[in-house]
Write a protein that binds this ligand. Structure first.
Ligand code: HEC
Length: 201
């Protein structure tokens, strides 16, 4: 049995011991980091623990941040879905693929892999909006909000709700029905004035 007095006397030594162990671990960790031991190659998967850490950080981060996103109530609007189809085919299908499409070269090489969105996802529309707008660090997923306004991003989210139910033929037809000029389409859709650009005069 350790007497109280003895514990008081040994406590500073225990603290010093713990500090030394933590300090040594930090030095070993930094030495490993600087030696180049961490393999950043995209063709070598993460260890289970690193994978868990990154996946947990990503899922919790998106869940927490998407909570304050207000979802518009017209995601079913066919004009939104068609516009989103055009944007998806143009900007997203290279990595996330189209229904029935073969894996592209970039899709085969990406790590983390881009999920095939035609197979559905466990994300809510608010979470999809947040991911498309802000992107995901250290992955191929870009922040499309730098170049696209919220309306365009919601159009893509509207399309993603339909994507898993589309056959390759449905997909092609929907993409073909997409307006070529998105800004024109939104003006028309909102009943605003609709003018042709110079090329059509
Ligand atoms: C250069 C490849 C690339 C392009 C282009 C791309 N993405 Fe991604 N996307 C990714 C990767 C990789 C992930 C997975 C990131 C991760 O797991 O950390 C991802 C994740 C996502 C997710 C989350 C899916 C889930 O189930 O977790 C959505 C939604 C998404 N992307 C939508 C889009 C949309 C919409 C576009 C087009 C505007 C797009 N992406 C363009 C690579 C890409």
């Amino acid at each position: 049995m350790i007497e109280r007095g003895e514990f008081r006397r040994s406590a500073p030594w225990m603290l010093a011991g713990a500090a030394i162990v933590i300090g040594l671990a930090a030095v070993i960790g930094l030495a490993a980091l600087y030696s180049g031991a961490v393999n950043v190659a995209a063709d070598v998967p993460h260890s289970k623990s690193v994978y868990w850490l990154l996946t947990t950080a990503r899922e919790r981060s998106v869940e927490a941040r998407a909570k304050s996103v207000a979802v518009p109530n017209d995601l079913e609007d066919p004009a939104r879905v068609a516009a989103g189809a055009g944007l998806y085919a143009e900007m997203c299908a290279g990595c996330h693929l189209a229904p029935g499409a073969e894996e592209t070269e970039i899709a085969q090489g990406l790590y983390p892999a881009a999920p095939q969105l035609a197979h559905g996802t466990d994300k809510t529309p608010a979470q999809e909006f947040w991911i498309i707008k802000h992107g995901i660090k250290a992955s191929g997923m870009a922040a499309w909000g730098k170049t696209h306004d919220d309306e365009m991003i919601w159009n893509m989210v509207a399309f993603l709700q339909k994507l898993p139910s589309l056959s390759p033929e449905d997909y092609n037809a929907l993409v073909a029905s997409a307006p070529e000029d998105h800004d024109e389409m939104m003006k028309e859709h909102k009943g605003g004035d609709h003018h042709h650009d110079d090329n059509h005069d």
